[in-house]
Design a protein around this ligand. Structure first.
Ligand SMILES: *[C@@H]1O[C@H](CO)[C@@H](O)[C@H](O)[C@H]1NC(C)=O
Ligand SMILES: *[C@@H]1O[C@H](CO)[C@@H](O)[C@H](O)[C@H]1NC(C)=O
Ligand SMILES: *[C@@H]1O[C@H](CO)[C@@H](O)[C@H](O)[C@H]1NC(C)=O
Ligand SMILES: *[C@@H]1O[C@H](CO)[C@@H](O)[C@H](O)[C@H]1NC(C)=O
Ligand SMILES: *[C@@H]1O[C@H](CO)[C@@H](O)[C@H](O)[C@H]1NC(C)=O
Ligand SMILES: *[C@@H]1O[C@H](CO)[C@@H](O)[C@H](O)[C@H]1NC(C)=O
Ligand SMILES: *[C@@H]1O[C@H](CO)[C@@H](O)[C@H](O)[C@H]1NC(C)=O
Ligand SMILES: *[C@@H]1O[C@H](CO)[C@@H](O)[C@H](O)[C@H]1NC(C)=O
Length: 436
């Protein structure tokens, strides 16, 4: 019985071997691209070899700019080279000698002295190095995995976790709460220098509600406002496009933003460059990228343009407006169209007999002084605000289905803007003398 089984097993193995041999011998005829790098292979500058993603969209290899060499990923079919990822952005190769290979369980990039200039820096797990391989996936993600495990959750490392300046479809921007990694975009220093620039686009979870911030060095330039269940009012994505959807997820595992193409022949990417975040889209048969939107979009996007208790509105002149019940803090400068000092209350809050003014289509004030309770509705939210003498304003946390959840501000209201469309209602507390 045992003998029969083992004979059967051997012939099975033998035919498997034949098929394997045929595949190896005729491999060039079967596939026009190679998207994997195995344990024994390497990519070098001199060989001029690249990896190409299935579908022929992305290409990974060495490139030279500003007389230095980098390992990166770009769009294969776009004639104007568009880089989406750079491995060694802050540690370039100065000579045209470089090698990418798998060493133990890490991807390493070696320079002309065989010194590592970049590595995936993994510490040894259970993997055997002989089965570790790297692969450029259809979506442009460069992953390292065990060759026996194709499951995304089993990736040992992936370039999507280390963004450069570009967010691709399927890539997540924001926190992975399990690894505590915050994935954010950092601009190139200049158009021919991939080293880290001064502009970043990053989620901030230390506020009352998470929001995306466009930073220039240490300075905040633009805020997305919190997710209101439907959108970030300060990210001009368009709902209802027939080729793209986007997704914000807040859970125990992650606080992330991503987008996906529903029509695979259209390409789109988010990119930070000096002072701006841009969405570029490329719709065939056009052969060039077109800018879909950019932030800051206009003067009202700049934080601190209008000071506290005032809001920016493009449709008024001047753009800064005191909330009703407030007057300019510095009338002289206000009249010179400098609204940056903001406004002050005309009548103090009485604590017991106050009411609320509704402002529509607002990007909410900075939530640094706000607290959130997602379990109560607007009515209870209003009561809670009235019962706290320090409460200056409230809004619903999720605008869907008539509103759920409660955001309460107890400090100054800063960095507000009013949109022509979009945004949400904000209720500002006023003394009854200032209502009407
Ligand atoms: C490398 O390949 C590219 C395109 O595949 C070609 O344009 C270039 O001349 C090649 N460079 C060398 C040094 O072979
Ligand atoms: C780098 O390593 C390769 C392979 O191990 C070897 O052939 C080459 O001579 C080394 N180069 C230097 C400069 O050490
Ligand atoms: C790997 O570690 C080195 C030294 O700590 C560090 O400079 C480098 O940025 C790390 N590389 C990555 C990809 O995190
Ligand atoms: C980035 O900021 C530093 C310090 O403010 C400045 O010296 C440098 O020129 C800036 N770089 C760019 C590309 O703007
Ligand atoms: C949004 O992303 C989360 C987390 O990645 C995922 O579970 C969910 O299915 C996505 N939703 C949509 C509509 O794509
Ligand atoms: C996808 O987009 C292309 C280019 O605009 C268009 O020709 C094609 O009809 C679209 N496909 C679908 C299924 O909408
Ligand atoms: C290619 O890039 C250059 C420089 O960035 C730009 O001027 C040109 O318009 C681009 N061409 C296309 C077809 O996008
Ligand atoms: C209101 O604010 C004051 C001063 O900031 C603080 O001392 C007080 O505890 C606050 N009251 C409540 C109910 O939070």
């Amino acid at each position: 019985m045992i003998g029969e089984q083992s004979i059967y097993h051997h012939s099975y193995t033998f035919s498997f071997f034949l098929v394997f041999l045929v595949l190896i011998l005729f491999r060039p005829a079967f596939s026009t691209y190679i998207n994997t790098l195995s344990f024994k292979e390497s990519l070098t500058i001199s060989s001029n070899r690249t990896l190409v993603s299935p579908g022929n969209v992305f290409e990974l290899g060495f490139f030279k700019t500003n007389s230095r060499w980098y390992l990166g990923i770009w769009y294969k079919k776009v004639s104007n080279r568009t880089y989406v990822w750079v491995a060694n952005r802050d540690n370039p190769l100065s000579k045209s000698i470089g090698t990418l290979k798998i060493s133990n369980i890490n991807l390493v990039l070696l320079d002309h002295c065989n010194k590592s200039v970049w590595s995936t820096n993994l510490t040894r797990g259970n993997e055997r190095s002989s089965t570790v391989m790297a692969e450029l996936l259809t979506n442009g993600n460069f992953v390292m995995r065990d060759s026996n495990n194709k499951d995304a959750s089993g990736y040992l490392w992936q370039s999507f976790d280390y963004p450069t300046d570009t967010l691709l479809p399927g890539m997540k921007l924001g926190y992975d709460l399990k690894t505590e990694r915050n994935r954010f975009l950092t601009s190139w220093r200049s158009s021919d220098d991939p080293s880290s620039g001064n502009t970043t686009y990053k989620i901030d979870t230390r506020r009352g509600m998470p929001e995306f911030i466009l930073n220039q060095g240490p300075y905040e330039m633009q805020r997305s406002g919190p997710w209101n269940g439907m959108e970030f009012s300060g990210i001009p994505e368009v709902q209802g496009l027939n080729y793209m959807v986007y997704n914000y997820t807040e859970s125990r595992e992650e606080i992330t933003y991503s987008f996906h193409m529903t029509n695979q022949s259209i390409h789109s990417r988010l990119m930070v460059s000096d002072y701006t975040l841009n969405r570029f889209t490329w719709i065939p048969p056009s052969s060039a990228w077109s800018m879909f939107w950019r932030i800051p979009t206009d003067g009202c996007d700049f934080l601190h343009f209008c000071g506290s208790y005032s809001y920016c509105d493009l449709n008024t002149s001047p753009n800064c407006n005191c909330i009703r019940g407030f007057v300019p803090k510095n009338r002289q400068r206000w009249d010179l169209r400098d609204g940056s000092e903001g406004c002050v209350r005309t009548t103090r809050l009485s604590c017991s007999g106050d009411g609320f003014l509704r402002l529509k289509n607002m990007n909410l004030p900075d939530t640094k002084t706000a607290t959130v309770d997602r379990t109560i509705d607007v009515k209870r939210c209003e009561e809670r605000c009235l019962s706290d003498c320090n409460c200056t304003s409230f809004a619903t946390a999720d605008v869907r289905n008539g509103g759920l959840g409660c955001v309460i501000w107890t400090g100054e209201l800063v960095e507000m803007r009013k949109y022509a469309v979009g945004g949400q209602d904000l209720y500002v507390r006023l003394n009854t003398a200032d209502q009407g």
